[in-house]
Each structure stands twice: as C-alpha cells, then as structure tokens.
Ligand binder design. Structure first.
Ligand SMILES: *Cc1c(COP(=O)(O)O)cnc(C)c1O
Length: 435
C-alpha cells in the first residue's frame, strides 16, 4: 500500500492515543527501525531520542531479543497462567528478584504499566484487610505524579493534571508537594523539608488509615521530568516505615537502567514494599509488566479459603513471548558494554546540562542516568503549552524525535544512541529554542 493510501485508512479507522485528531498533523508511517533510527515510509530517517514513549532499551529491532521471541513463539506462544506455569515466567521472576533489592521476592505479572500499578494498589489495599486492618483505605501520592490511564492508576496520578473530564470518577487521594529540584538549585533542601512536614502532618492524623504511598522515585516522568534528590526518598521511606504504611515505587519508567543504577530505588538506597515495572522490561518489544512485593505481603494472602486470595488476573498474564523477550533484554542489560554505554550517556548529558548553567531560556537543567531535561522559560507552562507542538515539528524537520511535555524538553534515548546523535540533539535544542 502506498503511504497516502495507508494514511487515508488510518484517518478513517484509527483513534490515536493522547491526540487531538482535529488539529494534530497526520501520523508518520514507520516501516522499519534499527538501533536509534526509525525509517519512515517516504524514506526519511528519524533519530528516536525518547525510546518510543520510554520503552526501547537497547535499540529498535535488537537482534538478540527478536531471535528470543521467534524461538519462544515456535515452542509456546501463550498458556493460561492459573493452574499452569512455564519456564520463561519462572526464570524471569527469579532473575528480577535477583536484581532487585533484597526483600522483594514475589512477582505478579500483568500487561503494562497501568495494570502493574492497579495490581500494586489492590495488593496494598487487600493486604491490610487480610491483616485485620480494613480501616487502612487511604492512598497518598505526589503532586505531578503519573501512574497510568486506567481508573485506579488515574486516581493515584491525579497530581499529573491529565484527568479533568474524569474527576468525579476518581477515588480521593491525598497529594503531597513534590520537592522538584535541578542542578544548582539552592532551594532543594527547603522544598524537601516542606514536603516531609506535609507528610508528617498527614501521618500524625491519618497514619492508621493510610494503606500506602505511591510515587515515581527520583523522576516524575509524564508530569514533566521533575526530579528529586535521593536523600528525600530516604527520609520519606523512614517516616513511612515508622508509621507502618506501605511504600509503592512506580518504576515503570525509571526501571532497567534509566536513572543510572538498574533501578532508581538502588540509586536512592531505599527498598520499597512493592515495586511496579514495565516499559523497558522486554527491552521495548512486547507489553509486559511485573509488580514485585515483599514476602510478608504475599503471606497475608495465604489462607485456607479463596476469600483471602488475590482475585486478579489478565488473559495474557505472564505471556511467554514477553517473558522470553525480557530474559534476552536482561542478558544485554547485564553486560559491561551496556553499563559503559549508559555511563557514557550520563556523562554526555551531565556535561551538556552543566554547560546550560545561566542559560537565559533553557532553565532548570536536570538529569539522572540516561534522562536529561530542561524547561523552556518565558512562555506558557503545563502539558498543553502551545509551544510543544511547534518544538516537536521543528525537531522532526531536523530528523529528531523529541517530544516536549509542554515547555519541558527532555531526552531519554535508547542505550545504543551514539555521542554524535546526542550532540545533534543538544545542538538542535539550543538552536531551535534560540529562534
Ligand atoms: C507510562 C507510565 C505508566 C503507565 O504505563 P502504560 O504502559 O502506559 O500503561 C505508569 N507509571 C509510570 C511512571 C509511567 O511512566
């Protein structure tokens, strides 16, 4: 089919995500991808600097992962995961729990980041009922936090500001101020103190009714690549621990090396009670997620009767193809070459971010690991800032996939990205925003 015929059919039948179809330019048909480069139907090449919505880890069409999927597909493509089990799921669970901080031992599989979060919230809620503390029903989260687009995850992510049409449909969640900080920010500690004080006040009055706090550790993604310091997470974890409240880390985006360490919780030196993993889990090949919790939480679900069990499951729970992809991705992730590539990206990012100190328009430079972000100052703020689509188009005209969150310009490349490709991106950001 010609690109024009394809686009005509797309326009007639497809409803694209997070898109105002009436004003958005037509989508770009992609025919192939390799490494960090997408090839469009018209032959143009685009460097993917956002890992295709934060999922691509090693590179597009990574041969080792596509081979692992093909081999698995020829053996066992899918099987019901209640009453049955299979080697890819078992090996992956053992692998994940081996890489995560000690204590996180029990893996519940689902399909994507949103369901990983739903599972975490439901496990937290029911574990308190099962423990004879059914009054612990309240959830805490952060302003600017994002946890996915299903109803429970939306409720937890009310602080992202994306859910205006659904407000009445969401359950109440208490939002704490997020101590967003950046390189050279003199206010970091003041913001952390204020945030911890708000938490203290809440726990003092409502600690015994609080089931859990959920947050994205170190980096709030969709909320605008807002970053906090590891010290803050340690102080937070201490307080929740004293109050006996569960701590849920949503590492759907920060997992698998994004923030430098394998998981952000390791960089922060904090072990949560429950962790949500998805996006990079399969290297970006297939939808799969894992919610991993402490053994003590799992044990509260054990009883002689079904009513204490976790009555939750999805048709494709622990899909063998996804698990095989994840195992192959984990093999690559654990190589010294991959660690060196991630360290190199971090070094390039940090050098660039530091060079922006005092820049008149690119403010609040910040970064962790392979993530770098700046704010374009002096215009509208928020996700719907009209500058975002203009920037996006200008980047595309230079062959770069960079998709600002409102006035927040960020890079989150696959780990195969080259120093030259990064330099193209840095220069483009400086040039385009200077105009
Ligand atoms: C993307 C994201 C989700 C939702 O994941 P989906 O796979 O899009 O459902 C949840 N939490 C965080 C932190 C995310 O970045």
């Amino acid at each position: 089919m010609t690109p024009d015929a394809l686009l005509a059919l797309d326009r007639r039948h497809i409803w694209h995500p997070f898109t105002q179809a009436q004003t958005a330019p037509p989508p770009l048909p992609v025919t192939n991808a390799r490494g960090a480069v997408l090839t469009l139907a018209d032959g143009r090449e685009v460097i993917d600097l956002i890992s295709s919505w934060w999922v691509t880890l090693h590179g597009h069409a990574e041969p080792a992962i596509s081979r692992a999927i093909a081999e698995q597909a020829a053996k066992l493509e899918q099987v019901i995961f209640a009453d049955f089990t299979h080697e890819p799921a078992i090996r992956l669970a053992a692998r994940l729990t081996g890489l995560l901080p000690e204590g996180l031992t029990r893996v519940f599989y689902s399909d994507d980041g949103s369901t990983a979060v739903e599972v975490a919230l439901k496990i937290a809620w029911q574990s308190w009922r099962n423990r004879g503390q059914p009054q612990r029903t309240h959830f805490l989260a952060f302003e600017g936090g994002y946890h996915g687009d299903t109803l429970g995850a939306m409720s937890a992510g009310q602080g992202s500001g994306f859910y205006q049409p659904f407000r009445e449909l969401l359950y109440p969640v208490t939002l704490l101020p997020f101590p967003e900080t950046w390189i050279g920010d003199p206010e970091a500690e003041t913001k952390e103190t204020a945030s911890l004080a708000a938490l203290d006040r809440w726990l003092e009055e409502h600690g015994a009714e609080t089931a859990a706090l959920i947050l994205e550790p170190l980096v709030q993604g969709a909320g605008g690549m807002r970053m906090c310091r590891p010290e803050f997470l340690r102080a937070l974890a201490q307080r929740l621990n004293s109050a006996g409240t569960l701590l849920i880390f949503d590492e759907v985006m920060t997992g698998f090396g994004r923030t430098g360490t394998l998981f952000a919780c390791q960089r922060a030196g904090v072990t949560p009670d429950i962790i949500c993993l998805s996006k990079g889990l399969t290297g970006g090949f297939l939808p799969l997620s894992a919610t991993v919790c402490r053994e003590g939480i799992y044990e509260t679900f054990l009883a002689g009767s079904f009513d204490r069990a976790f009555a939750h499951g999805h048709s494709f729970t622990a899909n063998p193809l996804g698990c095989a992809a994840a195992l192959a991705s984990m093999d690559l992730l654990n190589t010294p070459e991959c660690a060196a590539r991630r360290a190199a990206i971090e070094a390039h990012h940090q050098a660039w971010l530091t060079s922006l100190s005092g820049h008149p328009r690119l403010t609040r430079p910040r970064g962790f690991g392979t993530i770098a972000a700046v704010d374009l100052a002096g215009g509208e703020t928020g996700y719907t800032a009209t500058v975002a689509p203009l920037l996006k188009r200008a980047f595309l005209e230079r062959g770069l996939l960079i998709r600002p969150l409102g006035p927040v310009i960020y890079l989150l490349p696959p780990y195969c990205v080259s120093p030259e490709q990064l330099t193209l991106a840095y220069r483009a950001i400086e040039d385009i925003t200077a105009a």
